[in-house]
Design a protein around this ligand. Structure first.
Ligand code: ATP
Length: 350
């Protein structure tokens, strides 16, 4: 059990590149925090600094209040799960699980107890005598997690652990990781660039951009009230439509002037806020043409061009099969579904 504090963290790499200018983050005991952001935003750098695999240029990392900046990785009581599982190919699953504990001179019966416990939790008991090459990708990933679990660490760090798996298995493993983390109650930091993984796993979601935190909060808070156009665009799939106010105003016959905050230069609309049926008199009405209709299982994605609006808008609706490419259509937009952003700062208004 442990809490983790990152205070004034800075990382300047050897060549003089500043990967993280200054960052603060609190991770509570037992919490699963997900770091998400585009490639190169500094997620792995931050994780590696917590693990002790990368030096910290300035700032402090504290585990349970104790500064660990100069503590060796092996002494930090942290276990890391990577995307390439790094199992020892010549050892059996059991030996792979035992390895770290033997190195730490854990008593033999204690090792056996912990390995059995981890194997039971992960349901890999029938695989203990196999070699890694005799396992599927998902099974290997489970063994990699087993190696972290047997150590009973204070903190788990996950660096894109599922990115080598196919979509279906990723979904399953995601649920397993969530369940496992809840059950063990181990403080965890999880890095991914997959926003769906981030949304479903996180107690607390951290969206990073260029080495800085754009927003921290519960996944649904970030989804419902994104603090910037960056977060609005990053969280949610398909992404939010972000439209210059003047273009949208023209498309809705000048109605925005009377309705919107003067500062709102960019209007954000979630694809599922664009409706095919009118709900209220006050709904904004957009005349468009469906450029492309994509049936996606239970729902339909429409890519709609609107006169006066440069970009094609995305709308997500329940399944329809009466609309084809090229169909003229009306979209209705409830006023309380608008997200407003300042055009200069890109920050949310209200
Ligand atoms: P990805 O999702 O692609 O793994 P990331 O968010 O994990 O990306 P990092 O690997 O932390 O990003 O890299 C952050 C920035 O630091 C990038 O611009 C990267 O090029 C740079 N960087 C990473 N390692 C080094 C290094 N050893 N020396 C110099 N720059 C580095």
């Amino acid at each position: 059990m442990a809490d983790l504090e990152l205070r004034g963290i800075q990382k300047v790499y050897g060549g003089g590149f500043t990967a993280i200018p200054q960052l603060d983050l609190d991770i509570a005991d037992g919490e699963l925090v997900v770091l998400v952001g585009p490639s190169g935003c500094g997620k792995s750098t931050l994780l590696r600094m917590i693990a002790g695999l990368e030096s910290i240029t300035a700032g402090e990392i504290r585990i349970d209040g104790a500064v660990v900046n100069t503590v060796e990785p092996a002494e930090r009581d942290i276990a890391m799960v990577f995307q390439n599982y790094a199992l020892y190919p010549h050892m059996s699953v059991r030996q792979n699980l035992e390895y770290g504990l033997k190195n730490r001179k854990t008593p033999r019966d204690e090792i056996a107890r912990r390995v059995d416990e981890a194997a039971r939790i992960l349901e890999i008991e029938p695989l203990l005598d196999r070699k890694p090459r005799q396992l599927s990708g998902g099974q290997r990933q489970r063994v990699a997690m087993g190696r972290a679990i047997v150590r009973h660490p204070k903190v788990f760090l996950f660096d894109e652990p599922l990115s080598n798996l196919d979509a279906k298995l990723r979904g399953q493993m995601r649920v397993e990781i969530r369940r496992l983390q809840r059950r063990l109650g181990t403080t965890s930091v999880y890095v991914t660039h997959d926003q769906l993984e981030a949304m479903t796993l996180a107690d607390k979601l951290v969206v990073m951009n260029k080495g800085q935190i754009e927003q921290v909060g519960k996944p649904m808070e970030l989804y419902s009230r994104p603090a910037s156009t960056f977060v609005a665009n990053f969280i949610g799939s398909p992404p939010m439509n972000l439209i210059p106010r003047a273009e949208l105003d023209k498309a809705v016959g000048g109605r925005l002037e009377a309705i919107l905050d003067k500062r709102a230069g960019i209007v954000g609309i979630r694809p599922d806020s664009l409706l095919l049926e009118r709900r209220a008199e006050s709904d904004l009405v957009l005349d468009g043409v469906a450029e492309l209709v994509e049936p996606v299982g239970g729902e339909c994605h429409f890519y709609v061009s609107i006169e006066g609006v440069q970009q094609t808008l995305t709308a997500v609706t329940p399944m329809r099969d009466d609309l084809q490419d090229g169909t003229a259509m009306k979209l209705y937009l409830p006023l309380d579904h608008l997200h407003l952003f300042d055009a200069q700062t890109s920050l949310r208004i209200d």
